[in-house]
Structure formats: C-alpha cells, structure tokens
Design a protein around this ligand. Structure first.
Ligand SMILES: NC(=O)c1ccc[n+]([C@@H]2O[C@H](COP(=O)([O-])OP(=O)(O)OC[C@H]3O[C@@H](n4cnc5c(N)ncnc54)[C@H](O)[C@@H]3O)[C@@H](O)[C@H]2O)c1
Length: 345
C-alpha cells in the first residue's frame, strides 16, 4: 500500500496532526517545521521524526512531500499553502482557511492550477455525534430545516492571551474566526450548505480591551460576536462566539429546527463531551431520542484526508465550503462594523 509522505508545519494544534498522520497505516510524517526549537525537538523525539526545520523554505528545499499540513497562525496559511501547491503537495489546512475570503480564493486557484487537494480542518465535524447527526439529516429525520442556532461561548478562554490570536493582522479576527468558525461550519454542513442571502451582525471588545489594557498587551479583535444569517431557501441561522463573558461555563450548542423534527448538540457541563438529541413526534406523541456517536465516521480529518487520497474519492470539509465560511465571516465583520445588513452575492 502507498505511504504518503507528510510534513506538519506549526506544532501547537499541529501536534495532533503529527499523531494522526503518523498513526494512519498509509501515511508517515517525514518532517516537522516550527520556529520554536523546543517544540520541534520534543515532538520530533516523541514520534521519532528525523527531519526538523525552522523554516518553510528549508523544508521544501529538503523534502519531496505528498501532504503538507498547516497549523500555523492564520496569516501564514495562504503563503505556506501556495508554496506547498508549487511543490506539488496536497494541503491539509487548519481552520479558518485564511484571513479572509480573498486569500481563500487565491488558495483555491493555486490548488486548481497544481491539480492538488485542499481540505480544511473543520474538526468538530469529526466528533462521532456530529457524524451521527449528519446521518439523521440525510435520512430525512428532521425534514426541511427552517431555522438554526449555533454558538460557542467561553467564560474566560482566550487562547494565548497577549499573543497572535488577539492581533487582527495575524488572526483575521477574534472568537468568531477562532471558535465561531467551527459552529458555523457544523450548522452549515448539517443544513447542507444553503446559499446565504443576508447577514446582520454585532460585536464587542469591551472585556478583551479592558483585560489587555490592564496587562499592557495588544488586542485589536472582538471578544464577542453575534449574527443572524438568512439563506436563499428561506432558512435562517443565529451564530454567537465569545472568548470571555459573565456566563456560568463554556457553552457549545448547535440546534436545528425542521418541519419534521429538530436536532441539538450540546456540550456537557462546560466540558468537551457532547450529548445530541433528535426531537420529533409520532402518532401524536412527542419523542426525544438520544443520538449516540458510533464508529461510523472517520477518526479525524487527517485520517479522512489520507483515506480519500489513497482511495481516490472526494473528501469532506472542502475548500469551497471553507470559502463560503470565509465569505460569511467577512460579511459578519463588515456588518458589525457598519451596523448595516450585508447582502451576499
Ligand atoms: N481545529 C481545531 O480544533 C483547532 C484548535 C486549535 C487551533 N487551531 C488552528 O491551528 C492553527 C494554530 O493554532 P495553535 O493554537 O496551534 O497556535 P500556537 O500559537 O499554539 O501554535 C502555532 C505554532 O506555529 C509556529 N509558527 C509560527 N510561525 C511559524 C513559521 N513561520 N514557520 C513555522 N512555524 C511557525 C509557532 O512557533 C507555534 O509553535 C490556527 O490556525 C488555529 O486556528 C485549530
């Protein structure tokens, strides 16, 4: 069986990429890249990966790769992906695709020119209960979806406070592009990616700014964002994301309402474990059915990407879906800044 040669660039979240590509029987991680020498050596030693680089240019000069996996700050997704396509590799890229839709379009054009794949790590699709919910939607259990709500709110949880996540030039935005992107993708995926029509949004940076000013750190992104999206098929979706706020605990929720039933996925008591339900009725009785995550879905986005390349079949979490998410995020930021609704397309 073919062994795909992978390199992982950026070893924060990227350490999970390393493990998954290394564990898959058809892929192996041959090289790592990080500016941080300690991370590079620790993760390289842990997985016995021979080739370690502190620059992306050295990586491409020294290796012949099938997959380049990008888990750097968001501002580097586009330039590294363009180099990887030039090199002839497929790209597995962390969410968000890039800083904005314009950059995502450039990445898609480069993938097309090189005839290579671009997959986005919308990792919450690969939670077993998400996969099971998708099967419920596809089986027609909830009928046509007319409304949804999807949110991820934290009480106090900005990643790397004072670092790149709080800088618009490096991150593209705050919790909306960091956390909201996952819940937005999950809801859109379950809704079968309907065409958006309008966005009306608001955002705030009061708490983040207070905290950053007190610590003399840079912070020029939102700490909370909320939006209403309408779609051409008549459906609507409410989306909310925050890194901090006076709430009981970290809350992740996606709810869909259809003409035959409803679905919900909620995290349990502030943890990263989920419970999912189908609500419907039958012969006049209300039914609440717990949807358990099975083993039917892929183990991770990384496993799925390798399987799809090896078996020459389409992958999920496509670049086109990533681009639509980016267009919505751009529209949300624009609407929040202007206070006006934004029409898409
Ligand atoms: N899918 C998920 O659930 C998930 C979770 C966390 C983060 N992410 C995404 O992963 C990406 C990285 O986030 P993170 O939390 O790991 O950030 P991080 O800051 O912890 O790690 C980023 C790493 O990239 C390295 N790096 C920076 N510039 C580099 C360069 N020029 N060349 C090589 N390495 C470089 C840094 O040294 C650091 O080790 C982001 O796009 C983020 O949105 C996704």
């Amino acid at each position: 069986m073919k062994q795909l040669k992978c390199a992982v660039i950026g070893l924060g979240m990227g350490r999970h990429h390393v493990k998954a590509f290394h564990d898959h029987p058809n892929s192996t991680v041959v090289a790592l890249v990080d500016l941080d020498e300690k991370r590079l050596q620790d993760i390289g030693d842990q997985h016995e990966i021979p080739n370690r680089y502190q620059s992306v240019d050295e990586l491409f000069a020294g290796e012949q790769l099938d997959i380049v996996s990008i888990a750097t700050p968001n501002s580097l997704h586009k330039p590294i992906a363009l180099q990887a396509f030039e090199h002839g590799a497929h790209v597995f890229c962390e969410k968000p695709v890039a800083l904005n839709a314009q950059e995502a379009e450039e990445m898609i054009a480069a993938a097309k020119k090189a005839d290579r794949r671009l997959m986005i790590n919308f990792s919450y699709r690969f939670n077993p209960t998400s996969w099971a919910l998708k099967q419920q939607v596809e089986s027609g259990a909830i009928g046509d979806v007319y409304a949804g709500r999807s949110r991820w709110l934290r009480r106090d949880g900005m990643p790397g406070f004072g670092g790149w996540f709080g800088k618009k030039s490096l991150a593209g935005g705050g919790p909306l592009i960091d956390l909201g992107v996952h819940r937005l993708d999950l809801a859109l995926w379950l809704m079968e990616y309907p065409k958006p029509n309008y966005v009306l949004a608001t955002s705030s940076n009061v708490l983040g700014k207070q905290k950053a000013d007190a610590a003399q750190k840079e912070f020029d992104v939102e700490d909370f964002a909320s939006a209403q999206i309408t779609f051409e098929n008549g459906a609507s979706l409410q989306i909310e994301a925050s890194w901090m706020g006076h709430i009981k605990e970290e809350t992740m929720e996606t709810t869909l309402l259809g003409n035959k039933g409803g679905l919900s996925q909620n995290n349990i008591d502030g943890t990263y474990d989920f419970r999912s339900f189908l609500y419907t009725d039958s012969h006049g009785s209300k039914l609440d059915i717990e949807i358990k995550g099975g083993t039917q879905g892929p183990l991770s986005g990384m496993h799925h990407f390798v399987d799809c390349i090896i078996e020459d079949r389409p992958h999920t979490a496509t670049a086109a879906e990533g681009l639509l998410v980016m267009k919505l995020l751009d529209a949300i930021y624009l609407s929040a800044a202007s206070g006006e609704p934004v029409k898409l397309n």
